[in-house]
Design a protein around this ligand. Structure first.
Ligand SMILES: Nc1ncnc2c1ncn2[C@@H]1O[C@H](COP(=O)(O)OP(=O)(O)OP(=O)(O)O)[C@@H](O)[C@H]1O
Length: 226
């Protein structure tokens, strides 16, 4: 089976007055069931790399395959379809829609795929939120939840369409240590118990040390992989 993600020479340069290199010559293969940390100082290109892997940005040069498919010739529609079916995103700030309940926030990405009926979507959202310890909070809006609870809703939303890959950008960056630990344990469980692949940008070297692999960036390049 093809690896989930394969990148060769992945480079992204912003054409400003002076060109800005965000990431440079990245070679990377990520398989199913891996828990991968992307580390590095602020400004080293971690988020830029994640956006490229998540098809939220296009490389200036280099090759990126997702499940064996070259992403270069894909139309925007095809990239969006690949994103929806293959990836879930968790960011530092939850980006939940404030006027919707936790359950509705989880149902929204399911509606875009239109595979499930209304009752099935509701049942799946309930099951996902319950599995993340939120069974008593299904009908609450984000402003009625704590930071850690909101981030768990964001994880449930990322899992809505059961993607094999979760891309997380500082998922515990705005949480206290207890909530951070809970969210980390959930991500770890996704890998160990559900066979998901998680790629997480983190400043936290302690957390990175507990993942399977670490990709360390300096000035947009991989300086160390272990
Ligand atoms: N739109 C932009 N215009 C100019 N420079 C940019 C732009 N986006 C990113 N950069 C620069 O590119 C570099 C990489 O940014 P990126 O956000 O990927 O780093 P990061 O490692 O995720 O940083 P942080 O840990 O602070 O989030 C930084 O020096 C940043 O200032």
């Amino acid at each position: 089976m093809s690896p989930l993600i394969e990148a060769h020479g992945l480079t992204r340069i912003l054409q400003e007055t002076v060109p800005v290199t965000l990431v440079k010559d990245i070679d990377l293969t990520i398989g199913e069931g891996e828990f991968v940390a992307v580390t590095g100082l602020s400004g080293s290109g971690k988020s830029s790399l994640l956006y490229l892997l998540g098809l939220l940005d296009r490389p200036t040069r280099g090759m990126l395959r997702v499940r064996g498919r070259d992403t270069e010739p894909m139309s925007e529609t095809s990239r969006a379809e690949t994103r929806l079916s293959t990836m879930g995103f968790v960011f530092q700030f939850h980006f939940l829609l404030p006027e919707f309940t936790a359950r509705e926030n989880v149902e929204i990405p399911m509606r875009k795929v239109a595979r499930l009926g209304r009752d099935e979507m509701r049942a799946r959202a309930t099951e996902l939120l319950s599995s993340l310890g939120l069974v008593d909070h299904l009908d609450k809006r984000p402003d009625q939840l704590s930071g850690g609870q909101r981030q768990r809703v964001a994880v449930a939303r990322a899992l809505a369409n059961d993607p094999p890959l979760i891309l997380a950008d500082e998922p515990t960056g705005s949480l206290d240590s207890t909530s951070s630990e809970q969210v980390f344990a959930i991500l770890d469980g996704l890998v160990r118990e559900r066979g998901k692949t998680v790629v997480a940008v983190t400043h936290d070297f302690g957390m990175a040390a507990r993942m399977d692999r670490r990709i360390h960036l300096v000035d947009g390049e991989v300086s160390k992989e272990e």
